[in-house]
Ligand binder design. Structure first.
Ligand SMILES: [Zn+2]
Length: 310
């Protein structure tokens, strides 16, 4: 099935969100970005700039970093890291292939970082991709940007006294998502399986699904306790209670839209019923506007069984 395009305004805003500034904005697009560091304890920090939130574990062994935003930001990210450790970025984890999380890969691999990711991240970055929500083709990445260690389910990295757990969860935001747990620091990086305080985007053309997003939130909730600091892919630092709120919102939306679609309602009919009206004030001010979110969810859910031919 061809994915129906979302609203034009959304595509414009969203393409700069995922792909970085385009057109005349490229030259200065990142000049004003400042990298800010939030200390989460036990050597773990969250870095924010433009693009997906970065997780950092720094210590005597050097740095393990989770996601790297956009390539032009690499020098600024390096300067922020120098305040955390004199050592190099030894390990770089990609939570998924989207450019706002992996755009800096080549810059860091050229200075010796070993990139780790789920095997679908390497597979997708190795070939041209089509993002349905943007109606855009994304070219294959250069070899220097590709993950060199890939895994099917879970891998652990033992560094700075932490046994960092990188767990694959699929299908969620894409088919190559990982979430990253720092057990001693009690920090969980959810990647884009979690958008804090806003309707989440998921990329059906990369194998993502809304029901998988729900499963990923449930996994995150099961790994967290009341003291866990949760790094979302986008949005401010979070915790288990907020993960639960997001999960409950998403479960309600899936239930409402799924029920109508199973009854045979069309996408426009579901939209006209305003199934998220009571939620839009709290969740609809992020990257996805309410109508775009309803369309995405509708497209991701199963419809009625086709009638048997007779
Ligand atoms: Zn993403």
């Amino acid at each position: 099935m061809v994915l129906r395009l979302l609203a034009i305004g959304f595509v414009w805003v969203f393409s700069s969100f995922v792909l970085g500034p385009s057109g005349p904005a490229v030259a200065q697009g990142f000049d004003d970005v400042e990298i800010e560091t939030l200390d989460l304890g036990h050597g773990v920090s969250m870095l924010t700039g433009q693009g997906g939130n970065i997780g950092v574990l720094a210590g005597p062994d050097g740095i393990l970093m989770v996601d790297d935003q956009f390539e032009p930001l690499a020098p600024k990210i390096r300067r922020a890291l120098q305040n955390l450790s004199d050592g190099p970025v030894r390990y770089l984890v990609n939570t998924h292939w989207h450019g706002d999380h992996s755009g800096g890969n080549a810059a860091f691999s050229r200075t010796g970082s070993v990139i780790l990711a789920h095997e679908q991240v390497r597979a997708r970055m190795s070939t041209e991709q089509y993002m349905g929500a943007l109606d855009r083709r994304i070219p294959a990445s250069p070899d220097a940007a590709l993950p060199v260690i890939t895994f099917p389910d879970e891998i652990r990295v033992h560094v700075n006294g932490e046994a960092v757990r990188i767990l694959h969860v699929s299908p969620a935001h894409t088919d190559g998502d990982s979430i990253v747990l720092f057990p001693d620091a009690n920090v969980l990086h959810m990647g884009d399986t979690y958008f804090n305080g806003m309707y989440p985007f998921f990329d059906g053309s990369s194998g993502g699904s809304v029901e998988g997003m729900l499963a990923a939130l449930n996994l995150g909730i099961s790994l967290a306790d009341d003291r866990t600091r949760v790094i979302p892919g986008h949005g401010p630092i979070s915790n288990r209670a907020e993960l639960l709120r997001s999960r409950n919102m998403l479960a309600a939306v899936i239930e409402r839209i799924g029920r109508e679609k199973l009854k045979g309602a069309s996408e426009n009919e579901v939209l006209e019923g305003r199934p998220t009206a009571d939620l839009d004030g709290a969740w609809g001010r992020g990257v996805l506007k309410p109508d775009d979110f309803v369309r995405l969810v509708y497209q991701s859910l199963p419809g009625p069984e086709p009638r048997a031919a007779n």
